[in-house]
Design a protein around this ligand. Structure first.
Ligand code: DHE
Length: 589
């Protein structure tokens, strides 16, 4: 049987996808698929939300030499193709092209399939999640052809980044003994927000009371998240270029006291929170090289680098680049919980003796991404997003509790939300990137044994493309954003569920038109990531536009669900994540 099928002389796109899935060697001729087929191949919010490794593209990588029968690329062509590969392809197919959520693109596979095959696959994508780069217009015909040739050549590996390279980037700007002994400013630090200004590579510190920008601080490239030390004095920000910045909030104004680069591409940073170890250590995990680095919490001096390369948890095969996704700090033991994405291991890294490091390695599920604690801080729930599952860890006993189906497509909780469900007791909530499902997972094995570690209910939000849910112990509401929904109406608003109504038949949500409330009329106005103020009376949402357009933060009164304030400032460029000092350091969400 031929694996690629023709419909009226035209190759059916599902046939094309199937052919690649089966590793068919048959090259295909130029085709003109029907508009309906092309639609099946158009990219979903879920498949768009993959890492752009656009820092790695800047690393020096030379083209492989010429090989008989393989199209060779000039240095310039190689540089262009590398850039496209790291920005668009490496997130799914891996830096070394050995496969991650996408298939392996090593030369044994690509050469079997041939140039035309690759060209057409890149052009049309697949219903399995490969974007239709050509027919969507995102890559030109020439670029598609260049990429097909590039894939026939051996990949080039970006450089490693070991202790020597890490140490060379360490800059202790203000030594500990030169820092203030007491807080120098009049800020209510616990109600300060660190706001990611994604495209300027800065964080803005915004006073939760006055809603004014206290200062903006230069950080790493496309800065990703902020985390606070247990005492609340220090703020850590990590850029996508793996640069960690340590900011002393006691200074007037708060300022950077140390910086370091822990790799070439990274997304996560955390600090020790166990009683007796507050502020002592920091940890950052990187996508490339695949490793984590433990640092001194007040100086960022690098102390230990540990590679995460190793075996997949299930088939126990070697994976050369399992990235570090989320990291949280245990409240029950001196441990960091490090989530290794592609191999599906959750590492409980005990920092009480860094020289004789002990790591409990928990086999969980592949494609771990983001997660957070239950309301007691004992259990950690993390999405294995490409597997539609959630892994649950007991951080007190250091054991896997379970891995469960999230009942939706591509769970994406952020840190999740904890609410007390009127019928099922304490639950942790996640929404999904791939569909409208909002899932509630029981988290109280003592008081509600029958509901524990089960999806006890699902409700429908506005649609797919959700990234973050949020609530607060004092709130009566649960908020669900949808910034990646293709419909502007949904991406610029949020759904709010009244917790008490969740016991009813078909709980309805109320829509808050945050984008409209911002008063901004231009751009996509993606509304992203709710974050509460310290006392839980307000929730802040970013209205995230392009760099050249106006953005804002809209503050919602949590009691009345009405607009309370709009923060606008010419420095507020591409605001995305917001991290309230008190809630972040105490894991309140
Ligand atoms: Fe994030 C958290 C990775 C794109 C905003 N993001 C995280 C975490 C990871 C991650 C691993 C968990 C960190 C932790 O808890 O230690 N994010 C990635 C990606 O790989 C991805 C998909 C693509 C990329 O190239 O980076 C990606 N993320 C985005 C965005 O496009 C967002 C919406 C806007 C932005 O600023 O880049 C975005 N990610 C966030 C935010 C958090 C986050 C706001 C923290 C949420 C929280 O409540 O803690």
């Amino acid at each position: 049987m031929k694996s690629n099928s023709y419909v009226g002389g035209v190759l059916s796109l599902s046939g094309l996808a199937l052919a690649l899935a089966l590793g068919s060697a048959t090259a295909v001729a130029e085709q003109k698929p029907s508009p309906a087929d092309i639609k099946k191949h158009s990219t979903t919010p879920g498949s768009r939300y993959e890492p752009e490794l656009n820092v790695l593209e800047k690393e020096k990588m030379s083209p492989p030499g010429t090989q008989p029968g393989i199209p060779s690329l000039t240095n310039d062509e190689w540089a262009t193709a590398n850039k496209i590969y790291f920005e668009r392809c490496a997130g799914c197919h891996g830096v070394l092209r050995k496969g991650a959520t996408g298939k392996a693109l090593t030369t044994d596979v690509t050469r079997k399939n041939g140039f035309e095959y690759l060209r057409d696959f890149i052009t049309y994508g697949s219903p399995g999640g490969m974007p239709n780069w050509g027919t969507s217009g995102e890559l030109t015909k020439e670029q598609v052809e260049l990429m097909a040739k590039y894939l026939l050549n051996e990949p080039s590996a970006p450089p490693e980044f070991g202790m020597t390279e890490i140490k060379a980037t360490w800059n202790l700007i203000v030594p500990v003994d030169k820092r203030p002994k007491e807080k120098q400013n009049k800020l209510d630090l616990d109600n300060l927000f660190s706001v990611t200004l994604r495209d300027t590579g800065e964080v803005a510190l915004i006073d939760g009371g006055t809603k004014e920008i206290v200062t903006t601080i230069k950080t790493g490239y496309a800065v990703h998240i902020s985390r606070m030390s247990a005492s609340g004095r220090y703020l850590f920000a990590i850029g996508r270029d793996a640069k960690v910045d340590l900011i002393d909030l006691y200074m007037d104004p708060p300022a950077k006291v140390a910086e370091i680069k822990v790799g070439s591409e990274a997304r996560s940073v955390e600090t020790s929170k166990m009683k007796g170890w507050e502020d002592k250590y920091a940890i950052a995990g990187s996508y490339w090289p695949p490793q984590y680095v433990i640092m001194d919490g007040s100086t960022l001096e690098p102390l230990k680098v540990v590679s995460t390369r190793g075996m997949t948890y299930d088939t126990q095969e070697y994976h050369p680049e399992p990235r570090v996704a989320s990291i949280v700090a245990s409240h029950f033991k001196p441990e960091f919980v490090v989530n290794v994405k592609e191999t599906g291991h959750i590492l409980m890294v005990n920092y009480s003796d860094i020289k004789n490091l002990t790591v409990t390695d928990i086999a969980a599920e592949r494609f771990l991404h983001d997660g957070g604690f239950d309301s007691t801080g004992r259990y950690f729930l993390v999405a294995a997003n490409a597997r539609n599952r959630v892994a649950i860890i007991d951080t007190k006993d250091g054991k896997l509790v379970d891995v469960i189906d999230s009942k939706g497509v591509k769970p994406h909780p952020g840190r999740g939300a904890n609410i007390v469900h009127p019928k099922f007791g304490p639950v942790w909530v996640t929404s999904h990137l791939g569909d409208e499902t909002v899932s509630f997972i029981g988290t109280d094995p003592e008081g509600h044994k029958d509901n524990a570690w089960k999806v006890v209910q699902t409700v429908n939000g506005q649609g797919g493309g959700s990234l973050f849910v949020k609530s607060h112990p004092k709130s009566e509401y649960l908020y669900v954003d949808t910034p990646l929904n293709p419909e502007a109406e949904f991406s610029s608003s949020v759904a709010v569920f009244k917790i008490a109504d969740l016991a009813g038949e078909k709980p309805k949500f109320k829509t808050l038109p945050i984008g409209e409330w911002s008063g901004i009329s231009e751009g996509q106005r993606r509304v992203v990531q709710g974050e509460y103020n310290k006392d839980g009376s307000e929730i802040w949402f970013s209205v995230w536009n392009n760099k050249s357009q106006e953005s804002a933060i809209v503050v919602v009164d949590d009691k009345t669900l009405t607009k309370k304030a709009v923060i606008k400032d010419k420095r507020l460029i591409t605001p995305t994540g917001k991290f309230n000092v008190y809630n972040t350091r105490n894991d309140i969400y």
